[in-house]
Design a protein around this ligand. Sequence first.
Ligand code: PGA
Length: 249
Amino acid sequence: MRKKLICGNWKMHTTIEEAMALTKSLLEGKSDAMTSEMAICVPFVSLHAVKSLLLNGEIALGAQNVHFEEKGAFTGEISPVMLESLGCKYVICGHSERREIFGETDAIVNRKVQAILAHHMTPILCVGEDLAQREAGKAVAVVEEQLKLDLQNISKEDLAASVIAYEPIWAIGTGKTATSEEAQEMCKSIREYIAKLYDQETADAVRILYGGSVKAANAKEILSQGDIDGALVGGASLSAADFLPIAEA
Ligand code: PGA
């Protein structure tokens, strides 16, 4: 049984003070009855402060990016060793904003996935097509190509414990959500492809999230789909009033 994961991606938002205030309101508002796992991927500069509030592990801590080397002359970069020592459980990689704005290739994403796993953290590997690719009927092929390249040299045990997030680029931050059928269809096809690349056991174990304009109003329907194991939430994770109802959906 795959445990649902509701993960906030705060992107480049919040000062340290704001990050701490938001974390406190999530902790205060979170119901004990919640059956899904909750995680927040906060800006690097707030990881330490937020971690100090999450000591009982009710909410897991995540980072939004990582460099693939452990240390060295990489001015401005953050290494997996640093994130592990901060107590990060999750690290987002392959997000479309990193691919599109910062030119991250699948080869780079693959090295990041390997680095995250080598340091005992869980990658949240994002894949997804843009609007032109979807309209050209190439969405599945695009996503499969990303998975094939991003998962090179990843063992089946490691993949089974990892998280994949299907995030159609046309639905990110646009208010335009994929319908629950579209999201389910792609998450199912990702699972089938993992079964082909690995085996059915691995495909049944890996958690596949949907991301792209998830909000309280559409979360229940999206999360009730058989192959969708949670959500990666951007905009709506920046307020407890918006995020908690998604986690409870
Ligand atoms: P959004 O972002 O929920 O604001 O669309 C999702 C994401 O980029 O992970």
